[in-house]
Design a protein around this ligand. Sequence first.
Ligand SMILES: [Zn+2]
Length: 109
Amino acid sequence: MKLPKETTRYCPTCKKHTVQVVSTQKQRSRSTAHPLSRWGTSRVESRSYRSGFGNLGRFSKPAVKSWKRKTKVTKRITVMYKCKTCGKMKGMSSAIRSSRIEIGEKVSK
Ligand SMILES: [Zn+2]
């Protein structure tokens, strides 16, 4: 996917169209983005699931996506727009899935 380096978009802070710099933000890993998600180590420890004898086969397996599903080759890329006038940053309303993104000449995967 190709995007320009700078675009003119509406800025809700300035309340008018301004020149905005385009940048991307990658999806963080699940453990950083959601540290208390199901079967995360810190959640397990905080809720003390580990009490008792044995782990009943729950904690020995790796995450499902590492051994089961291999279909997704694209990543969710969030496109961010930074206003040049006020310096505020605003994201795209919905993230796009793309394997490769080009902003100006800079290529990021
Ligand atoms: Zn602005």
